[in-house]
Every structure is written in structure tokens, then in C-alpha cells.
Design a protein around this ligand. Structure first.
Ligand SMILES: Cc1ncc(COP(=O)(O)O)c(C=O)c1O
Length: 336
């Protein structure tokens, strides 16, 4: 029996033998005391990649978002403008409210993206004591629940300009930023230009087992360390984990193009089979099914292929390191 074709998420990858070797051989120390050379190298590398002064290694992307919101949001009714389908709003257990005390203003714009004018339209009136205070704009590159769409750099510039004009801070959830980089051929630092904080997830397309890296100014990252400590995210010989991240940055970035090709192939096959597929730009394929998406996925899984229901009738399939062209072909056979 062939193993499961697991398209549930790009978090489903397992470390490759070479990545495991890099982990086993990592030089380590106490990362809380900045004595783990592998963690320090990873942080310096991601800070440079994203165009920031400093970075901090955290256990998860969720913790990056939560700490960043806590850095930007002040007590007293500060509001973050973000898309309705974005991760902090739908999948972080209410963390922005619980941990940062943030008001949220969700935008219902197409494809998980918005424009500078959308931000201008969402701004609260400065000095108005009845309204929350606009404080932060948060964007997701790529847009997960909108199907891995890539924010064009020029559109991000427009958002940065609108936020800056109004004195707002900016945060980028870069869970799949490198997918955008590879898909559009735009350097990561061009996407993050003008942002106060941004992060990369090592555990999605990059294929590492644990970790994400939050970048910002030296001052913000020093403050982020306070919250990392508070949440119990400070680690010890974390170089074992950081080594996987470094390995991924060296070996698993360019190959994201394969995932994008596999996603495009899957999307074509689904369309040929009569499904209505959302636009596909990177490694996420969302499509509509007739009837209940959960039941549809259960039936598919009985044929050896796992996808996930992301709405009453919407199914998501995500390509990654552990799914090859043969896996995509098997997925399409199972769908048929
Ligand atoms: C867009 C986005 N942001 C944040 C996260 C959270 O990352 P993590 O699972 O590393 O906590 C995810 C995870 O699926 C995501 O897709």
C-alpha cells in the first residue's frame, strides 16, 4: 500500500536525512545567553534576508505574530487593521485580544489583500475619544486562506505609504514569504521594506520541524525577548533546531518552485475534473466541492489522499517537500 499523499498542509513535511544530520552536528550553547552560535547565525541570516537590524528565534509563527502585536499595540484601545481571513484573527485562539489587548478591524477585501486606499478607509479619526485608536496594519504574505496569493510589491508599497502617512506601524506575517519570493522573483527585503516587524516560518515550505524567526529593529527585538521570556519561549541548546532552519535556507528555498509547479498541475487536473478552483500562484490550491467539504475530504482520505476542509464547501490542498509529481498524479486519480 502506497503511503498517504498528505496535502493537508505544508507543515506536514518531515526533516530530510541531510537536515537531520545538520541538526545532529549543530554547534550549540545556551541561546538565552546568546551563547548558541547556530541560533545566532540563523537570526543574523534572517535579519539580513528580510532587511532588518536584528531577529529572534521563536518556537512558532503564532508566537511571532503574538509577540509582534504585543510590541506594537499599546494599552488603551489600539486597533489593528488586518484581513478577515488572516491567521491572527482566525487561528491564534484570540491571542491579539488576550495577549496584546488589541481591537481588530477586519477587512473583507478580495484575495486576502487590500490596498493603501482600503487602509485609509479603515482609519479611525485621530483624537476622537469614542473610537479605537488606529495603530497597526498587519498583512500576510502569501495569503493563506485566500489560496496562497502573492501581494505585489507595489501594492504593499501603497499600504506602507497609507499606514505611514497616518503614523501607523506595520507587521508582516511571512509564514510563506519565501513562496512569494520564489514565485514572483522579488527579494524578501523588497516585500518587507517599510515594515516594522516581519517573520519567516521555517516549518512550512522550508521543511524544518520547529521554529520561526521574527525580525525588526534592534530595539524592538530586544523588547521581543522580554515577551519570549514571558511566554516561556526562551530555549537552551536550540541550535539543534536552528540548524534545521539554516539547512532549509541553504537547500529548500529554490525548490519551492517545484511545489508551485505541482500546485499548478493539481489545479489544472482539478479544473479538468470539473471543479471550480481559486486562482493559484504558489503552493496552495483551494477549490469548491459539491456538498460537505469535510465529508468530501474523508472520502478522499479513504483513497489514500489527505486534503483539508477550509469552509463548508471549500477544500485546501498544499504542496510541499514530501509530495512529488507522482503524489500529485495519485491525488488526481483519487479525486477522479
Ligand atoms: C499565514 C500563517 N500565519 C501564521 C501561522 C502560524 O504559524 P505556526 O504554525 O508556526 O505557529 C500559519 C500556520 O499555518 C499561517 O499559515
Amino acid at each position: 500500500m502506497n503511503p498517504l499523499v498528505n496535502l493537508y498542509s505544508d507543515t506536514q513535511t518531515r526533516p530530510t536525512p541531510a537536515m537531520r544530520r545538520a541538526m545532529a552536528e549543530a554547534e550549540v550553547g545556551d541561546e538565552q545567553r546568546f551563547e548558541d552560535p547556530t541560533v545566532s547565525e540563523l537570526c543574523a541570516r534572517v535579519a539580513a534576508l528580510l532587511g532588518f537590524e536584528a531577529a529572534v528565534f521563536l518556537p512558532s509563527g503564532t508566537m511571532c505574530n503574538e509577540i509582534a502585536f504585543r510590541l506594537h499595540i499599546r494599552p488603551g484601545g489600539d486597533e489593528v487593521i488586518l484581513h478577515r481571513g488572516s491567521h491572527p484573527l482566525i487561528a491564534e485562539a484570540g491571542g491579539p485580544a488576550a495577549f496584546a489587548g488589541a481591537m481588530v478591524q477586519p477587512l473583507d477585501t478580495p484575495a486576502g489583500m487590500f490596498t493603501g486606499d482600503d487602509v485609509r478607509g479603515a482609519l479611525r479619526r485621530p483624537g476622537n475619544r469614542y473610537e479605537p485608536r488606529s495603530r497597526l496594519v498587519s498583512v500576510e504574505q502569501t495569503t493563506n486562506m485566500a489560496g496562497g496569493r502573492v501581494w505585489p510589491a507595489a501594492q504593499l508599497r501603497g499600504v506602507v505609504d497609507a499606514a505611514r502617512e497616518a503614523g501607523l506601524r506595520l507587521h508582516m506575517d511571512g509564514a510563506r514569504l519565501m513562496n512569494a519570493v520564489v514565485s514572483a522573483g522579488v527579494p524578501a527585503s523588497s516585500y518587507t521594506e517599510g515594515f516594522d516587524t516581519a517573520w519567516l516560518d521555517l516549518t512550512k515550505g522550508l521543511g524544518a520541524p520547529v521554529g520561526a524567526v521574527l525580525a525588526g529593529s534592534a530595539e524592538l527585538i530586544e523588547e521581543a525577548w522580554r515577551y519570549k521570556q514571558m511566554l516561556g519561549g526562551a530555549m537552551r541548546q536550540a541550535g539543534i533546531l536552528a540548524a534545521a532552519g539554516l539547512y532549509a535556507l541553504d537547500h529548500h528555498v529554490e525548490r519551492l518552485a517545484d511545489d508551485h509547479e505541482h500546485a499548478a498541475r493539481l489545479a489544472d487536473g482539478l479544473r479538468e475534473a470539473g471543479y471550480s478552483v481559486w486562482p493559484v500562484e504558489t503552493n496552495i490550491v483551494i477549490f469548491d466541492v459539491e456538498g460537505d467539504a469535510g465529508e468530501w475530504c474523508a472520502a478522499l482520505e479513504s483513497k489514500g489522499v489527505r486534503m483539508g476542509a477550509v469552509g463548508p464547501s471549500a477544500v485546501r490542498a498544499v504542496t510541499h517537500l514530501d509530495v512529488d509529481a507522482d503524489g500529485v498524479a495519485r491525488a488526481l486519480e483519487a479525486v477522479a
